[in-house]
Design a protein around this ligand. Structure first.
Ligand code: CUA
Length: 155
């Protein structure tokens, strides 16, 4: 079979790029230890509802202006659906999913996580503006994806 010279060059170029990209991913995973954010904490997705602290999702006050918020994110809701914290509070969000991959994005902030079954992701944010923040799922997760939201009230 005759393969045109330019065709061969393009095939060689494509294969070289493929090998280069796979090598970059392998180096990043092994040498740079790139993993899901959030301290690598794991949780059995089938037992989220009975595993502390996710058996009682919600807001915990640690000190003046310091909070932890535990969220169970599943088709098609966030639990808790609404929380209220005082202006200036620092909140660390811990999120996990018992079913499929979801998103955890608080509009107007840099809080932006994937919620991955089996893993606990976390991110901390200090709320410096009063108002109602919209918490959105921004990973397509099924037919109710577009209805998946919650609220964070800053007073
Ligand atoms: Cu959950 Cu999209």
């Amino acid at each position: 079979m005759h393969i045109h010279r330019y065709e061969r060059w393009w095939m060689a170029f494509g294969i070289t790029m493929l090998v280069a990209f796979l090598a970059i991913i392998a180096v990043a995973a092994v040498a740079d230890n790139i993993n899901p954010p959030g301290g690598m904490q794991q949780v059995d997705p089938a037992k989220v509802a009975s595993t502390p602290p996710f058996d009682h999702p919600g807001l915990r006050r640690l000190a003046e202006g310091k909070y932890e918020a535990y969220y169970v994110v599943q088709v098609f809701s966030f639990t808790p659906a609404a929380v209220t914290v005082p202006l200036g509070s620092t909140v660390t969000f811990y999120v996990t999913s018992p079913d499929v991959v979801h998103g955890f994005f608080i509009a107007g902030t840099d809080v932006n996580m994937m919620v991955i079954p089996g893993w606990v992701n976390m991110q901390t944010h200090t709320f410096k503006k009063r108002g109602t923040y919209l918490l959105l799922c921004h990973e397509y997760c099924g037919i109710g994806h577009q209805n998946m939201f919650a609220k964070i009230e800053i007073r």
